[in-house]
Write a protein that binds this ligand. Structure first.
Ligand code: ADP
Ligand code: MG
Ligand code: MG
Length: 885
């Protein structure tokens, strides 16, 4: 199979592999696509991701066939451009660019201006007629190649350049003359010799293959690995390599380079958005070395900035660019993130891809594009990452709260973040692990900082524009970010910083407003999010397209109310034990547990009955008209026991039993392995009076609320940790008898269901038999995962991440259901349950009920509903719609 594909220069892309991201990577596929629709793309070729995978496994034993194909593809570039690679009189220069299946901004390596050496640089001087440009390009090449391919530390070059600028009294790179650059090239070559003991490679073929290998190697760089882990990108994908003729944005004032989005990636507004620099090469914009300028006149005016926008400074090239924006959006039917270069007034396209965006922008664009007729509702639904909705569900800064504004930067990624200042990524990670909220403050961020950015609540940088590394990564992660805060200076020696005229130190609390760019002292109050608007529209579409219902896991009226606002269609799991821990009741609970006999337990339960009834009443009132699944007491009793002497003494005073007796009883209740011990339905089997009291409280509350509200109240009583049909049979009878008694007392009846959790492998296997007694199954996938894998969730932290890193489990099985293993049990139980009782209601109430990948599996198995924590309800609604499409 072909492993090298050419693009540009009139190549027809007949082989679909050439435009398939899986094969040629996102960058390569899109370059081919753009060239194919007639856009000005410098010619080039792509070596496939397959070749990278082979290289990483076998090393650099490139086949003769591959070498021949590369040579031939290079000839294609030479013919198209009319220059030859390595030609001392008129050299072809190329860039060597990485490009994986999905974009990994700044994670992998790129080399520009390749093909320059001591001879070809002279040729470039002559053909360009611009010696400053030629020597600037050569020094850029040495610096980049040495860093990326030869592993020479880049700060060595930066320091040499800084010294040269100081010696000449220059502030800016643009002030250096041809002679200055030529001198710097000499110094750079000496730095390479000093570091490596050999000279900078002059052979252009050696340069090319060195760069190709470096790009392949960069797939396995530490920072790329971290990025992959954070973004669930499989290690086996590999990256493609793109070799492309250089075009030059650094050929004087009619040349430029820039980055643009066809819509605003922070807000979603339909307005071109971008940054450019005159007389510069691409990395200058992204790396935040020079402060880029606004692309459009409107943006420049809004910001009150002086340097001319591209629209004003280069109207012809800008007009062409705007036409390309329109064409690309129509072609891809999505917002595009574009890299371009203007060489002596001629526009060239260097990259396009679907742009990363904030959740807010994603929603606005999806809804707008449906209105514009660009996409349909189903596409809009598919396009939103359900997990990204999380960003919108959390509070934003209260506009009425007082703000002690320290300074301002660019509003690079919206949202509010408060936390302690930390000055480096490792500290950010360490403090976040301890549970501290931190804000990462840096001069600028680099790909090495990615773990710290992830750990931080927000990111603040002194340098870099809206398309800088910090901004792009923060938007992708949903972290609020303020970038390019020019009033900020950091002193790493004293670990202090200045913003404007205020001194701060590491550890001080600040607040960022990523939507305005404001930096504030202390913590600023927040307000609840707005759920109408685009969010509401998309949710209506999602509800229209999904099949599964979405319920919530909640036990307090406040959580229930919030979940209902978020669109919950019932409660899938109300854990009654949470109510037992309340300060006012724990002593009655303890009295019940420590009682020596049934009479003692009943006396304590009588005190708990009115309290439980009130709990259920409040919940039924909030959830009126919707089903409410209540799980009877589940945890091992020992969890409720007093611990300290003071607690024992208190309890002894309250219930009038001696401390020694209490301690003896508590010892008797001690368990070696409580999670597999006296818990769940085993409590009901041994102490039926507990479940009897709970059932009575449920039915009394249900009758009272039904009578008062006139609404249907639908209790679903759930028995936990069942392993056998007989357990359920015994306990169902307890519940039914309690119901009958309450209905007789109240003179009314209600519909209700009794069912069970399926959370033990035996229960899943025996589901056919258990379904004889159950009206519903709710898959308790937290326990089912623990018991199937034999892994305790509370102890897994120590070994689970190495397991995931080594690919033993593809993901944390407590976050995303282990579909291969645990999933089989779910599927089998669903089938066997339905075979016995066709109308059995099936749901899931583990953490997995709020995880999109697990929700997709639930749809496949045909569950009736998923149940998720309140904040996950909108996520589940969208994920359920995506699963159904
Ligand atoms: P990244 O994936 O980090 O964006 P790229 O391969 O896109 O890396 O390269 C970074 C920048 O280098 C581009 O935005 C572009 O401005 C510049 N560049 C890459 N190839 C060329 C080329 N052939 N001619 C001119 N500039 C280029
Ligand atoms: Mg790029
Ligand atoms: Mg359980």
């Amino acid at each position: 199979v072909q492993q090298v594909y050419t693009f540009g220069g009139g190549v027809k892309h007949e082989d679909p592999r050439s435009r398939d991201k899986v094969i040629t990577g996102g960058k390569g596929a899109n370059l081919a696509e753009m060239a194919g629709i007639g856009l000005p793309v410098p010619p080039g070729f792509t070596i496939t991701t397959e070749e990278c995978v082979k290289y990483l496994a076998e090393g650099a034993n490139f086949s003769d066939e591959l070498r021949a194909d590369v040579a031939q593809a290079l000839t294609h570039i030479e013919k198209t451009v009319g220059k030859n690679f390595g030609d001392a009189a008129d050299p072809l220069l190329v860039s060597v660019r990485s490009g994986a299946r999905v974009s990994m901004p700044g994670m992998m390596d790129t080399v520009l201006n390749l093909g320059l050496n001591d001879e070809t640089v002279e040729g470039l001087v002559k053909t360009s007629g611009d010696d400053r440009f030629a020597w600037d390009s050569y020094r850029r090449f040495i610096q980049m190649y040495s860093d990326v391919v030869l592993g020479v530390e880049h700060h060595l070059f930066e320091e040499a350049l800084e010294i040269a600028k100081e010696d000449n009294g220059y502030d800016n790179d643009v002030e250096l003359t041809a002679a200055d650059w030529q001198k710097i090239v000499k110094q750079y070559k000496a730095i390479v010799e000093g570091a490596l003991g050999r000279s900078f490679p002059q052979d252009v073929q050696e340069q090319l293959w060195g760069a190709i290998e470096a790009v392949f190697d960069s797939w396995d760089s530490d920072r790329a690995k971290v990025y992959r882990r954070l973004n669930d990108i499989p290690a086996g994908w590999g990256t493609a390599v793109n070799v492309q003729a250089m075009v030059f944005g650094n050929m004087g004032d009619t040349s430029a380079t820039g980055v643009a989005f066809t819509r605003d990636p922070a807000t979603g507004e339909k307005a071109y958005y971008g940054e450019w620099l005159v007389n510069a090469q691409g990395e200058d914009v992204v790396a935040g070395i020079r402060t880029p300028q606004y692309l459009t006149k409107a943006a420049r005016e809004r910001a009150g900035a002086k340097p001319l926008s591209m629209e004003e400074a280069m109207p012809a090239a800008y007009g062409e660019l705007a036409a390309v924006f329109e064409l690309l959006e129509k072609h891809y039917r999505d917002m595009q993130d574009i890299e371009f270069t203007v060489e002596r007034n001629k526009l060239w396209m260097l990259q396009t891809r679907s742009g990363k965006r904030t959740a807010k922008a994603a929603l606005k664009m999806a809804v707008d594009m449906v209105e514009e007729g660009l996409i349909d509702e189903a596409t809009a639904i598919r396009r939103i990452d359900p997990m990204a909705l999380d960003q919108l569900l959390h509070p934003t800064l209260d506009p009425k709260a007082k703000r002690d504004v320290l300074g301002k930067g660019l509003p690079a990624s919206p949202g509010a973040a408060s936390g302690a200042i930390v000055l480096d990524a490792d500290t950010a990670e360490k403090r976040a692990e301890r549970g501290d909220a931190v804000v990462l403050v840096r001069v600028e961020t680099s790909p090495e900082d990615i773990h710290g950015m992830h750990a931080a609540k927000g990111i603040l940088t002194a340098r870099g524009g809206m398309t800088s590394h910090a901004a792009v990564v923060a938007r992708g992660m949903g972290r609020p970010c303020v970038s390019g805060a020019s009033g900020l200076s950091i002193d790493m020696k004293t670990r202090t910083l200045r913003i404007g005229n205020r001194e701060l130190k590491e550890g001080d609390i600040i607040t960022l407003d990523g939507s305005t760019g404001e930096i504030m002292a202390g913590e600023v109050a927040t307000i609840e999010p707005e759920l109408a608007g685009d969010f509401g529209t998309l949710m209506v579409w999602a509800d229209k397209h999904r099949r599964m219902k979405v319920r919530t896991n909640a036990e307090t009226p406040a959580d229930c109310r919030m979940a209902r606002q978020f669109g919950a269609e019932g409660i899938g799991l109300c854990r009654t034990e949470h109510m037992f821990f309340d300060a006012g009741r724990i002593s009655a609970v303890r009295q019940m547990i420590l009682a020596e006999d049934e009479a003692g337990r009943r006396a304590a339960l009588a005190k708990l009955l009115p309290e439980q009834r009130a709990d259920f009443q409040a919940i039924f009132e909030v959830m009126a008209g919707l089903p409410v699944t209540i799980r009877l007491l589940d945890p091992p009793l020992h969890e409720f026991l007093p611990h300290s002497d003071a607690e024992f003494a208190d309890l002894s005073d309250t219930i009038g039993i001696g401390v020694d007796t209490l301690k003896r009883r508590a010892d008797e209740l001690h368990e070696f392995n409580p999670m597999l011990g006296h818990r769940g339905c085993r409590l009901g089997i041994t102490f039926p009076e507990i479940y009897e009291m709970q059932a009575r409280a449920i039915f009394e509350a249900a009758c009272d609320v039904a009578k008062a509200s006139g609404e249907a109240i639908v209790p679903e009583v759930m028995i936990p940790l069942v392993a056998t049909r007989r357990e359920l049979e015994i306990l169902k009878k307890v519940v039914d008898e309690a119901a009958a008694k309450v209905f007789a007392d109240k003179g009314m009846t209600l519909d209700y269901l009794v069912g069970t959790m399926i959370e033990l492998p035996r229960a899943a296997l025996m589901a056919g038999e258990i379904a004889e007694e159950a009206k519903f199954f709710s898959f308790g996938t937290n326990d089912l995962t623990q018991t199937t894998l034999g892994v305790s969730r509370d102890d897994a932290a120590r070994f689970l991440s190495p397991y995931v890193e080594k690919g033993i489990y593809p993901r944390d099985p407590f976050v995303t259901l282990d579909i291969e293993g645990v999933g089989q049990l779910v599927q089998l139980a669903a089938e066997r349950g339905r075979a016995t009782y066709a109308d059995i209601k099936l749901g899931i109430c583990g953490e997995h009920g709020g995880d999109p990948a697990s929700i997709a599996f639930c749809e496949k198995v045909g569950l009736d509903y998923v149940s998720a924590s309140p904040y996950r309800v909108p996520i589940a609604r969208l994920a359920a719609a995506q699963a159904a499409l």
